[in-house]
Write a protein that binds this ligand. Sequence first.
Ligand code: MN
Ligand code: MN
Length: 313
Amino acid sequence: MIKIVQKPDWDEIVDKARAAFMGVALGDALGATTEFMTPREIQVQFGVHDRIIGKGWLYLKPGQVTDDTEMSVCIGRAIRLSKGWHLPAIADAFAGWMKSRPVDIGSTCARGIRNYIVHHSLEVPPSRWSAGNGALMRMVPVALYTLGDGDLLGRYAVEQAHLTHNNPLSDAACIFWGRLVHRAVMGATLNQLRLLADDFVAQHPVFGYQPYPGNSSAYVVDTVQTVFHFLFSSAGFEECLVRTVNQGGDADTTGALAGMLAGALYGGRGLPKQWVKRLDSRVHSEVSELAEYLVTHSPLSRPRENYRYYTAR
Ligand code: MN
Ligand code: MN
């Protein structure tokens, strides 16, 4: 039976959208400090790493973000600039960003962007080696811009992913992550997200995260397992992010992805004030503005479009 679920308050939706994008930046800035470290090394050096202090292998300034946030911002800017979804504009934004000598860039992303610059190709060939988390980490603008339309989410998620990563595991994770963001922004509870994740794992057993295998590498399966494990066993934004980045490995990216979901789930009041204050102020204002722009131009903002998506399961 189809039951229409009531649309939550619009201000609440915008708040959660903003917190999702801010969550990416905060998790990136927090986790970059412990990227490529082991949990044991983190423990010896920090006890518990829970402050935004920069440094790490990239020698960042406190509050500085990396490719995870920057590529997400590129997608958001390209949508705003083109007043719609225009894949070449996103590829151009990535190309411009790569030429600006970013502080960090993944090798699969760099290869994909070069493929666009040299061959004007908007899709890299399928590859079993592109099962990294580089397409997943930049999903927040796609999720916010497609709010209200699950089919559109599926299309745009894969289009943006294939600019650099053409792999079924990456595709599945990107689409599902967008779906989780949609549901969280629309007011789903942690438990409701967990049930969705259980369904996802039933369809894609490789992502099974219980018991947690403990790997937090950039392999998209490890990344998803890590974020699910900490998100579903934590009670709030700060706890979730601290535990995630103290697992080390690809900590800025697992941090960004945990921040995306926890931000969408707990909203602006869940974000620790000290972290928000520490975040690069230009990044802070740009991600807030982009988040608001994206949801106010999403299908959800247009009346009575695709309500089917919000029917109870
Ligand atoms: Mn990064
Ligand atoms: Mn990373």
